[in-house]
Design a protein around this ligand. Structure first.
Ligand SMILES: Nc1ncnc2c1ncn2[C@@H]1O[C@H](COP(=O)(O)OP(=O)(O)OP(=O)(O)O)[C@@H](O)[C@H]1O
Length: 300
């Protein structure tokens, strides 16, 4: 597999060590319990290849402030990793470094990423002067680009909208087009920074389903930055929590598909991660009753 290895400017420090797989959290859900079949379309433990991303002793400072502090990161081929962290903890900074968008990142080791990397952001970044299909295939080599673009638009449920202008699409549709644009390149690594952050809750649920489906079909490695703990547990094989410039928690999520917040083990992961983020879990909501039930209740 072709990789792009970036040498980082040398910082004084110990020799580089690249860590392998995830570290189970003491008291957290077991990594091996309930292992589902490897070909599960989503959720559960999934087989992965060797590492496609390796970052060692990554350092990023802004002025006197160290945002990434000798950070270690390894992502396997086909692995879905979610990155959580408090606001300002450096999630986007790390993603930008891995994307090669930040040339001032330093370290004493190396930063290795695959050649084919796609990016997705909170806003779709579609070019307003290009129709949808042209946006999706922008930069792709002909021949065959248009056919691949059409197929990708079909995959995200936008067949027939090839000639639409970006402003004619809803926010969710624009994000779907952005996913098509990412996946048409068959990336080995998809870097996504809060891609669903600006969407309403219902659209976000639909986008989770779509992303799971596309991921199962294309199997890129994914690094998803999110604020949403449920989104992380629902989608990822592994959830990292960034704190003080380093990966403070590395939690392997082993839940069967389909993953649902109603599963008590889902709640376990949720509480574990909320605690890692310094948020106390909220008390359970009272069970919801319909308007009819409320009216029928003589106590009301
Ligand atoms: N270009 C820059 N110049 C100066 N400081 C920066 C720059 N980019 C990021 N920072 C600082 O680095 C820190 C980490 O920023 P970053 O955007 O990576 O955080 P984040 O975890 O993604 O935050 P959020 O969850 O709020 O989006 C912040 O304190 C931010 O102010």
């Amino acid at each position: 597999m072709a990789t792009d290895t970036r040498e980082l400017s040398v910082e004084p420090g110990e020799p580089t060590t690249i860590t392998g797989g995830p570290t189970p959290i003491a008291g957290g859900p077991s990594q091996d319990a309930g292992r589902p079949s490897p070909d599960a379309a989503s959720g559960g433990a999934r087989p992965h290849g060797g590492p496609v991303v390796r970052a060692s002793r990554l350092v990023r400072r802004f002025g006197g402030r160290t945002v990434l502090d000798r950070l270690e990161l390894s992502i396997a081929a086909g692995e879905f990793v979610a990155l959580l962290g408090r606001s300002g903890s450096g999630k986007s900074t790390l993603l930008r470094a891995v994307a090669g968008l930040d040339h001032e990142v330093a370290g004493s080791g190396e930063l290795r990423v695959p050649e084919r990397v796609s990016l997705a952001f909170q806003d779709s970044r579609l070019l307003p002067w290009l129709r949808l299909l042209d946006n999706v295939v922008l930069g792709l080599k002909r021949p065959g680009a248009a056919a691949r673009g059409r197929k990708a638009l079909d995959e995200v449920g936008l067949a027939g909208r090839e000639r639409a202008w970006p402003h004619e699409l809803s926010g969710g549709e624009q994000q779907r087009a952005a996913l098509a644009r990412s996946l048409v390149r068959e990336p080995e690594l998809l870097l996504a920074d809060e891609p669903f952050g600006a969407l309403d809750a219902l659209t976000r649920i639909r986008m989770h389903d779509l992303l799971r489906e596309l991921y199962a079909r294309h199997r890129p490695a994914v690094l998803l930055v999110t604020h949403d703990v449920d989104e992380a547990v629902e989608l990822a094989d592994r959830v990292l929590v960034l704190e003080d410039g380093r990966v403070a928690r590395d939690v392997a999520v082993d839940l069967p598909a389909p993953r649902t917040p109603r599963d008590p083990r889902f709640q376990e992961y949720r509480e574990l991660l909320l605690a890692a983020l310094g948020v106390s879990p909220r008390p359970a909501l009272p069970s919801v009753r319909t308007a009819e039930e409320t009216t029928d209740d003589p106590a009301q």
